[in-house]
Design a protein around this ligand. Structure first.
Ligand SMILES: [Zn+2]
Length: 468
């Protein structure tokens, strides 16, 4: 399997550190708002990478953090007059809903920065002991020039950075030994969340968070570190410096980065006001369409979001859904059980589509070509099946389309209608949860039913339900 490594700027054969296992870390969002579709791209792309490794039989330990302490979170908390914790908890819950809608699997572990402060203090202390960091008036800085390989990921030259850095030096940072040095720990300001440390009450810098969470949950060396290309510099460059200085080992073997997402050929930006949240897209489309759209381009190519492209994605996905639904329908009406000799030959032909699909995915996760192979298979299914087909043949094609789509995280089986007795049972459970004041569970059940098109109404005679 070939993966493009930002570190070496070429496609490399993937060789895991430990046979049969993949240790993978993906930088997660800062939770101060509903996630936008720019956040959604790495979530969908690297979830697909994970799924493909799993399809190949690897055991994937997939860690993705939530940055739950940050200037933007604090700003929002002040605006709303609530705690920073309330803001981050709220948007973590919202983010998880969106991830579920996009069929992004929960990570093996979703660590929260605020729960890992001890580890951060430990690593910062270690870096000070090793001479890679120093404290000035409560702030701890990383001594960038001391880490000789600094710049190896972003392919930047320290002296170029230096000349740029001097003009960027902000007030309060003139105490740094060098303009290239970056913050590991900073003192609290009035009203900000803070933790005790050997240097001052304060909070960690953003970069140290990922170094620490990756080490704790995956170990000192990992196979893949991934994120959006905007994270290459300085975030990932700084993570490498911290982790490799502290651990004395190569941090990650492969660095994967997805390209930008533009909207109607413009960069998403506050000033253009063209931010689109996943929630907004979800009001108009099934989020499976968004997923299909994201995978319809190679992850290292810039992707342009537009209504027209979303429409064509909706049509593309529908083609697969229709083929699967047709196969299901035929399965219910045909009588012949076993495959004929001719059908057996046809099944052999489908191996070509599977091979093309795998070749695409093994060439640095070319999901666009993988989707094209699914389309070929769909076309083949449409033209080689009829009411005269055998159940065995129909089922084989059905299973194959579902399986290959599932590796891309695309759900192509239409949901079965819920039975009335199952609905009643859930309503009863919800009533019991409410009695115990477990409103979270009660809401979950309501949402679960809503997703299946069942609307609940609280009436004087009790809870009634109807189909949407
Ligand atoms: Zn990170």
């Amino acid at each position: 399997m070939k993966v493009y490594n930002t570190l070496t700027r070429r496609k490399e054969e993937f060789v895991p550190l430990e046979e049969g296992k993949v240790k993978m870390y993906v930088c997660g969002p800062t939770v101060y708002n509903l996630i936008h579709i720019g956040n959604a791209r790495p979530m969908i792309v690297f979830d697909t990478v994970r799924r493909y490794f799993e399809y190949k039989g690897y055991e994937v330990n997939f860690v993705s953090n939530f940055t739950d302490v940050d200037d933007k979170i604090i700003k929002k908390a002040i605006e709303e007059g609530v705690s920073a914790n309330e803001i981050s908890q709220r948007y973590i819950a919202e983010c998880k809903k969106d991830m579920e809608g996009m069929n992004v699997k929960p990570a093996t572990k979703h660590p929260l920065a605020t729960e890992e402060i001890c580890g951060m203090i430990e690593m910062i202390s270690d870096l000070i002991d090793k001479g890679y960091a120093y404290e000035k008036n409560g702030t701890v800085y990383f001594r960038t020039r001391k880490f000789e390989e600094y710049g190896k990921l972003s392919h930047k030259n320290l002296d170029d950075l230096q000349s740029g850095g001097r003009s960027l030096l902000v007030t309060g940072e003139d105490e740094k030994e060098d303009s290239l040095d970056f913050v590991l720990w900073k003192p609290k300001k009035e009203g900000e969340p803070a933790w005790e440390s050997p240097w001052c009450d304060g909070r960690p810098g953003w970069h140290i968070e990922c170094s620490v969470m990756s080490k704790k949950y995956l170990g000192e060396q990992i196979d893949i570190h991934a994120g959006g290309e905007d994270l290459v510099f300085p975030h990932h460059e700084n993570e490498i410096a911290q982790s490799e200085a502290a651990n004395g080992k190569e941090f990650a073997k492969y660095w994967l980065h997805n390209a930008f997402l533009n909207i109607d050929n413009h960069k998403m930006s506050k000033s253009l006001g063209n931010f689109r949240t996943v929630r907004e897209i979800g009001e108009k489309y099934d989020l499976q369409v968004l997923r299909f759209f994201m995978l319809s381009a190679h992850y290292r190519s810039p992707l342009n979001f537009s209504a027209a492209l979303m429409e064509s994605s909706a049509n593309g996905l529908e083609r697969i859904l229709t083929a699967v639904a047709n196969l299901k329908h035929l399965l219910g009406v045909v009588s012949e059980e076993n495959m004929t000799a001719e059908e057996r030959e046809q099944v052999k032909e489908t191996e070509n589509f599977v091979r093309a699909y795998e070749e695409a995915m093994e060439d640095d996760f070319n999901t666009a070509d993988a989707i094209a192979s699914i389309f070929d298979l769909v076309k083949f299914a449409n033209t080689t099946t009829s009411a005269q087909s055998s159940k065995e043949y129909l089922q084989t094609l059905y299973d194959l389309i579902v399986k290959l789509s599932d590796v891309l995280g695309l759900i192509v089986e239409k949901e079965e209608e819920m039975l009335a007795e199952d609905i009643e049972a859930l309503i009863e459970e919800r009533q019991a949860a409410r009695k115990e004041r477990n409103f979270q569970r009660a809401d979950e059940i309501r949402d679960e039913l809503l997703k299946k098109g069942i609307i609940l109404e609280d009436t004087r005679e009790g809870v009634k339900w109807k189909k949407a």
